[in-house]
Design a protein around this ligand. Structure first.
Ligand SMILES: Nc1nc2c(ncn2[C@@H]2O[C@H](COP(=O)(O)OP(=O)(O)OP(=O)(O)O)[C@@H](O)[C@H]2O)c(=O)[nH]1
Ligand SMILES: [Mg+2]
Length: 503
């Protein structure tokens, strides 16, 4: 029961691009689908515009984010950059303009060059209302589509024919592809994401070796920000993490909760390739998003049991801007989704050597362990206490003695211990998306129950107890009435009352 409701309220975000020559009616198809509007003299699109609409497939809500690109040649460089994140494309031509149909070949090549190879493409012949001006016979479109493995439909944004159907068809086929993936394939997907992620970091290392010099290679930068409505505790945790990540950049609160894809642009603006986003819901629940921009993946966690550095009166401290040792539980290598999570954590929490504002010291350990399907995050200071030694200094040469002492730091003459300094929190993975705040879902935690659901169940259980108690009271009352022992009557004087009889 819990899972059904949860399934319904999470979003399967699907990105579909609209491409084709200028003036074929892309923007109008979109406005017809999302707002049921048509504009006879609409302006040519500049760059890229977005609109969304959710549709229901198999009792799941599919949220389609549609990117309407400009058909004009001069925007080609900008628009092609948007193909990459898309899982579907509507390639539109105008049935009354044969040139727009001839250009379909070129558009298809653009897609093959820039988009994901698995993209689902649908050929759309628009403006079927222009019957007298038809220049491209339906069969030509159909044949071209079947030759190239595309699906095909003819539409009219003006008369609203087949517009919904076109979008629905492409979204359904995307959904079918995504949902038909078996677990093994999901694992393979995850492995591919993991591979591309780790490839990036190993490439960075190789460069260092070739040059021989220690140049800054690990170029991770993290954009850290929260949504509106975070509590003080969330804010403190955010500040703690920001102070621990000198390669991070904190930004002001982000206004929207539905348009998370805008974070991609924001990250690019600040030259960051990672995003750590705190999303507060209902003023109490905290979701943490870890995302690699611009190519994904994105991981959404539910964060619980937050303890900030100040709150627990943790006694230790570590240098601001120092680098951590990241320690991962062996379980991280046991499941594909955990491997992806580990890799993303390495990018976000691993302070790159020589990062701006970072110090060259390593004085704390961040521990990540897996228990109960959750990830427990702790932060410890590395505390070195020099042993007070009496008999070891027998050497006459004091100078060399000192040198030796120094060289033995962390070996025999110092006690190394770990002292927890916070922050500490627990993360439950919810979903992993392949893209950056978008794209197909490659992992979904079936055991996760949203905190709303938990609260509703609790309330219902409590209400259940109350209802049971009320029913019991009513029963008692009814029984008493049957015995003629109604509250009111009892108080009346009766000649047969024992108190009267034996007074
Ligand atoms: N008759 C008819 N006209 C349409 C239809 N769809 C769009 N138009 C008209 O075609 C013109 C161009 O439409 P747009 O939707 O702006 O074209 P576009 O493909 O977005 O063009 P760019 O943004 O320049 O790439 C407008 O004047 C629309 O009114 C249709 O189905 N039938
Ligand atoms: Mg347009």
């Amino acid at each position: 029961m819990a899972n059904d409701e949860y399934d319904n309220d999470y979003l399967l975000l699907t990105i579909v691009v609209l491409i084709g020559d200028s003036g074929v009616g892309k923007s109008n198809l979109l406005s017809r689908f999302t707002r049921n509007e048509f504009n006879l003299d609409s302006k040519s699109t500049i760059g890229v515009e977005f609109a969304t609409r959710s549709i229901q497939i198999d009792s799941k809500t599919i949220k389609a984010q549609i990117w309407d690109t400009a058909g004009q040649e001069r925007y080609r460089a900008i628009t092609s950059a948007y193909y990459r994140g898309a899982v579907g494309a509507l390639l539109v031509y105008d049935i009354s303009k044969s040139l727009s149909f001839e250009n379909v070949t070129r558009w298809l090549k653009e897609l093959r060059d820039h988009a994901d190879s698995n993209i689902v493409i649908m050929l759309v012949g628009n403006k079927t209302d222009q019957r007298h001006l038809r220049a491209v016979p339906t069969d030509d479109g159909k044949n071209f589509a079947s030759e190239n493995g595309l699906s095909f439909i003819e539409t009219s944004a003006l008369e609203a024919t087949n517009v919904d159907l076109a979008f629905q068809n492409i979204l359904t086929s995307i959904y079918q592809i995504v949902s038909s993936k078996s677990l093994a394939e999901e694992g393979a997907d995850m492995a591919a994401v993991y591979k591309s992620l780790s490839k990036n970091s190993s490439k960075a290392e190789r460069k260092t070796e070739a040059n021989g010099t220690v140049e800054r290679k690990n170029k991770q930068r993290v954009l850290i920000l929260s949504s509106r409505g975070v509590t003080y505790r969330h804010r403190h945790l955010l500040n703690d993490l920001a102070s621990m990540l000198p390669h991070g950049r904190k930004d002001v609160k982000f206004d929207s909760k539905s348009k998370l894809y805008q974070l991609n642009e924001l990250a690019e603006l600040y030259n960051c390739n990672n995003v750590l986003f705190f999303e507060a819901r209902k003023g109490k629940d905290l979701y943490m998003w870890f995302s690699k921009v611009p190519n994904g993946p994105t991981i959404k966690f539910h964060a619980q049991n937050l303890h900030t550095m100040e709150e627990l009166h943790f006694t230790g401290n570590c240098l601001k801007g120092s680098r951590p040792i990241l320690s991962f539980d062996g379980a991280f290598d046991s499941e594909p989704h955990l491997r992806v999570i580990k890799e993303v954590f390495l990018h976000i929490f691993g302070v790159p050597q020589g990062a701006r504002k970072s110090k060259p010291f390593i004085d704390h350990v961040m521990g990540f362990s897996v228990a109960d399907g959750k990830i427990w995050v702790r932060n410890y200071e590395v505390r070195e206490v020099e042993k007070v030694k009496g008999d070891d200094n027998n050497d006459e040469d004091e100078g060399s003695g000192k040198a030796r002492n120094k060289s033995r730091v962390g070996d025999k003459d110092t006690d190394v211990s770990l002292v927890e300094i916070g922050p500490r929190f627990v993360l439950t993975p919810i979903v992993i998306q392949e893209g950056a705040f978008g794209g197909p879902i490659i992992y979904e935690n079936k055991r996760f129950i949203s905190p709303n659901q938990v609260r509703a169940d609790l309330r219902r259980a409590k209400a259940g107890r109350h209802v049971a108690r009320m029913e019991q009271q009513r029963d008692t009352l009814a029984r008493r009435r049957n015995l003629g022992l109604e509250d009111g009557q009892q108080k009346d004087h009766s000649g047969l009352d024992t108190r009267e009889l034996f007074a």
